[in-house]
Design a protein around this ligand. Structure first.
Ligand code: FAD
Length: 444
């Protein structure tokens, strides 16, 4: 047990936390027992303060065993600290793929459940929790409870998207999806403005995966211009313009590493606007076979890319806006961002399908926009302007990305917060499970 400086992926805030790293499920139970305030931590890929507790932050990374797999149904049971990257390395070559994956594979299954993560297939398949059949939860009252849609259903739904506040997920059971190759069929569309991008999503509803990179610094007629990618897992007999799917599995690509914290001036508005314009111009519309890693995890090719933003860290602002009024809200968000020349090149737009099944799940029918901002002194005032737009249209912010929203916006935008608090109180009357996030947003 050691006290170390910990942060999320955005490197803001940084807190001195007592880190517990138990090696087995039995050790997790024993170590958690003695703590009056603690939170579970997976691989630290939430951007803000969700996996931070100064008194005790309990790493689940050693809880990574596979417990059962049925090769007929694809139902897998594994400990919660299993990394998605390990699951992929083992199962993708054997024809199985996670039902939902975020944009990085360096997350744990427990972290995916606790944030109820969404992927590029949300419009078709919903978020991660929809595919979880059950899990075992170590609660604050010391009880271990089995949870599923039938067993402790209220606790099941509070834990999905509950950011670790209902207890520690020890292991979980989920259903993987069948794939026939490690390749994707990808089609690229260039959209001249936001309306074309939204029309592109509407025209891509029958595709399993769709996502758009959006130029958040383009102004005037070009505001909201985007490159939209849609994709399907390539069948073993897939062809594209007469070409068969590659016979060999994709070669592992070398990863690049950002060696040092870059100085702040590297990411100035002019450089970013130039990068974005180039990215848009160079996107080649049309179809291609592309490997799974490049399609789902382009950023994983650059190790420690969060250092690009320098020592001060960065904030990701991810909101969802409802379908009705969503277009105008997106235009307003882009207008504020481009006027301030403040957003960066990593802006992503996705269409969401149904509401998530967790009490604090982020998704709702609409559009989600994610923007990265270097953590400068001025940025907080700008983000408050964005908050006003999101609140006015009935949208909300994603807890897994957040490091700064206020408790009022949280309360007003997550309508099940009181029910969530009631469930937490029942299984953790002494409020032992807490994090910097839960304290900032009064989640307990
Ligand atoms: C490059 C990048 C791309 C991303 N893309 C997406 C995306 O497309 N879609 C999306 O939804 N998210 C995305 N994310 C966010 C990420 O998927 C979530 O933050 C996820 O929760 C991180 O998992 P983790 O294992 O690192 O958990 P951590 O960051 O360590 O913890 C996150 C939360 O999970 C809780 N938790 C972790 N393990 C357990 C457990 N065993 N029991 C109970 N609670 C637990 C923690 O308490 C904390 O509240 C992205 C993040 C990055 C860095």
């Amino acid at each position: 047990m050691t006290e170390i400086s910990l942060s999320g992926w955005g490197r803001l805030p940084v807190a001195a936390c007592r880190l517990l790293v138990p090696g087995t499920a039995a050790a997790v139970i024993a170590e958690a027992k003695g703590e009056t305030s603690l939170i579970a931590r997976g691989n630290g890929r939430a951007y803000g303060d969700a996996a931070l507790n100064r008194a005790a932050t309990l790493s689940t990374l050693k809880l990574d065993r596979l417990l059962a797999f049925d090769p007929i149904s694809g139902v897998l049971t594994a400990e919660a600290g299993l990394l998605l990257s390990d699951l992929l390395a083992l199962f993708a070559p054997r024809g199985w793929f996670p039902p939902v994956t975020p944009g990085t594979r360096f997350v744990t299954l427990g972290g995916m459940l606790a944030a109820d993560v969404h992927g590029k297939n949300h419009h078709r398949d919903g978020s991660f929790g929809e595919h979880v059949l059950g899990f075992e939860l170590l609660c604050g009252d010391g009880e271990r409870r089995r949870c599923s849609p039938r067993e402790n259903p209220e606790l099941f739904h509070a834990t999905i998207g509950g950011m670790g506040l209902t207890g520690i997920v020890m292991n979980l059971t989920l259903r993987l999806r069948r794939i026939e190759s490690s390749w994707m069929v990808q089609e690229t569309l260039r959209c001249r403005d936001l309306d074309e991008a939204l029309a592109g999503f509407a025209a891509s509803e029958s595709w399993t995966y769709s996502v758009a990179w959006i130029d958040c610094l383009a102004r005037g007629r070009d505001r909201g211009r985007a490159v939209l990618y849609r994709g399907e897992h390539a069948g073993r007999d897939a062809t594209l313009e007469g070409q068969a799917v590659p016979a060999a599995p994709p070669r592992r690509k070398p990863t690049l590493r950002v060696p040092v914290d870059l100085p702040g001036w590297v990411l100035n508005g002019t450089a970013m606007a130039a990068f974005n314009a180039l990215y848009y111009q160079r996107a080649r519309p049309g179809g291609a076979f592309i490997d799974i890693e490049t399609f789902f995890y382009p950023l994983d090719a650059i190790t420690a890319w969060n250092r690009i933003y320098g020592r001060r860290g960065f904030l990701q602002y991810q909101c969802v806006v409802p379908l009705e009024g969503g277009r105008d809200a997106l235009l307003a968000l882009l207008e504020i961002t481009s006027r301030a020349r403040a957003g960066s090149f990593l802006a992503v737009l996705k269409q969401f399908g149904a509401r998530g099944s967790g009490l604090l799940s982020f998704p709702m029918p609409g559009y989600t926009l994610a923007l990265d901002f270097p953590a400068t002194a001025e940025i907080f005032a700008l983000l408050q302007q964005l908050d006003l737009v999101v609140a006015a249209c009935g949208g909300r912010l994603y807890l897994a990305k957040d490091a700064r929203m206020g408790a009022d916006l949280m309360r007003d935008s997550y309508s099940n917060l009181d029910r969530f608090r009631d469930v937490c109180r029942e299984v953790d009357p002494d409020q032992r499970f807490r994090s910097l996030l839960s304290e900032r947003l009064h989640l307990r």
